[in-house]
Design a protein around this ligand. Structure first.
Ligand SMILES: Nc1ncnc2c1ncn2[C@@H]1O[C@H](COP(=O)(O)OP(=O)(O)O)[C@@H](O)[C@H]1O
Ligand SMILES: [Mg+2]
Length: 444
């Protein structure tokens, strides 16, 4: 493992290690004089030793110069140089009893960096000088991106500094085609390097305006749940998936997919309320069965045989809450709260999808339990606040369909930029899931 190092200051202008050069010259001098004095076999041995030592020294020097850390420092030094991120002033110098004016660097932008195996972090101090304004600009982080040749992941600003983190390796979007696995055991794959295990973190909230890619993302989540498996006991295959689509639009079509049918897909408000209640009752039933004695302490559903994950997707949650009557609304909120509060341990999950983030729609105590929070496309200030709370992150503009920010409790430190699994035009989700269930049920 690459150990996260301490902050290193970027020194500008670059220091040349004359001391080292001097030592090296002394070494060469002693060496040659020794070889010159020796004779016969001894001089040959000394010569070979000297060649070997030179070889080693050159290797160490090259390695040091080529090290990622040194390269980063040099790239930042070069950026400081080209963007003039230093101030000069004339100072009087006396040479050979003659006074003259010479230009000297008196102030340099203060930059520190460090790196780990995944990211490069750059801290730019805000000292109240002219660099403070420059470092807050879009051009500045773009220049850093260009200088490092890495993509900005996020920037966090506080009174003392701005901290940028850059991804050393671009996170790859998953390409979904026939047979692509979007889960492993109970782990859901989000990108090539980002995943989460529903037995540890679960319940999702996905927010995004029309056309931002919510349905595509939810379809990949459904596929991931459909492909889950019991790694420990091999006692189940695929999750028990339920879908609520109050607008009877995209997800409604799952009604026609093998393994789903009308009892797993609800569109009408009463039926949706009923479905949420049933799932909440299932939480209670599982709780009674699983956690009935002391031996169950600290266990989750994956530690028991025969409990596949159960997940209920609720699309257009805001629209649903606006159409149901008061009684149903209270019922839904009560049961949903029970699911998100107690469902994690016993493997019952809720996935809520919203078009417009509206804090009044999802009570804080429910929201706080939704550990996988996604905002697709560019969210409003209110949206960011609702999904991610008050962070001092600077979000970059999302231009890619299916791009957005995701926060996964205890997996990502902060909301991070990501792109949902990419679905090509000729990939048919319903058909793919239909095939999975047909195979599972032994239907041709
Ligand atoms: N992951 C993705 N892969 C490929 N295309 C996508 C993806 N996400 C969104 N798109 C494109 O954007 C369009 C809108 O996405 P959709 O999921 O229907 O948005 P929403 O449900 O938020 O209104 C899709 O028809 C598709 O062309
Ligand atoms: Mg949609």
């Amino acid at each position: 493992m690459f150990k996260r190092k301490e902050w290193i200051e970027v020194v500008y202008p670059r220091r040349h290690h004359l001391g080292l050069l001097f030592l090296y010259l002394i070494f060469v001098f002693i060496n040659t004089s020794l070889i010159g004095k020796a004779n016969g076999l001894l001089s040959v041995i000394l010569l070979l030793m000297s060649i070997y030592m030179h070889y080693k020294l050159v290797k160490v020097y090259m390695k040091r110069n080529k090290s990622k850390s040194k390269m980063i420092e040099r790239q930042i030094q070069y950026m400081i140089h080209t963007l003039n991120l230093y101030d000069e002033e004339y100072v009087e110098v006396t040479k050979n009893n003659k006074a003259s004016m010479e230009k000297k660097i008196c102030r340099v932008i203060r930059i520190y960096y460090k790196l780990d195996h995944r990211k490069v972090y750059v801290r730019v101090y805000r000292d109240g000088d002219r660099f403070t304004k420059i470092s807050s600009s879009k051009e500045f982080y773009e220049s850093l991106e260009a200088a490092l040749g890495m993509e900005l992941e996020k920037a966090i600003k506080n009174i003392r500094y701005i901290e940028f983190s850059f991804l050393r390796y671009k996170d790859k979007r998953i390409n979904v085609s026939t047979g692509t696995k979007l889960s492993q055991g109970t782990k859901v794959m989000i990108t090539e390097s980002l995943s989460y295990d529903v037995s540890k973190v679960s319940h999702g909230l996905t927010v995004g305006s029309t056309g931002s890619g919510k349905s595509f993302f939810i379809n990949s989540k459904i596929l991931a749940y459909a492909q889950m498996s019991d790694k420990k006991y091999n006692s189940w295959d695929g999750a028990d998936i339920r879908i609520c689509d109050p607008k009877a639009s995209d997800l409604y079509l799952y009604k026609f997919v093998t393994g789903f049918g009308p009892e797993k897909v609800a569109c009408e408000p009463n039926l949706i309320a009923k479905m949420i209640r049933e799932v909440s009752e299932l939480v209670e039933k599982r709780y009674r069965e699983m956690f009935n004695d002391i031996s169950s302490f600290g266990k989750t559903f994956v530690d028991f045989r025969g409990y596949p994950p159960v997940v209920i997707f609720i699309d257009e949650y805001a629209a649903l809450m606006k159409t149901v009557d008061k009684k149903n609304k209270e019922e839904i909120e009560k049961h949903l709260y029970n699911i998100v509060l107690k469902g994690r341990g016993c493997g019952v999950f809720a996935e809520i999808i919203l078009q417009r983030p509206d804090a009044s729609i999802i009570p804080g105590q429910i929201r706080d339990q939704l550990q996988v929070r996604t905002g697709l496309s560019n969210l409003s200030q209110e949206g960011k606040q609702m999904l991610f709370g008050s962070t001092d992150i600077e979000y970059k503009t999302v231009n890619v369909k299916g791009g957005g920010y995701i926060f996964i409790d205890s997996v990502t430190e902060q909301p991070v930029y990501f792109e949902t699994p990419f679905i090509s035009k000729d990939f048919d989700f319903l058909d793919e899931i239909d095939k999975i269930y047909k195979k599972r049920l032994g239907i041709n």
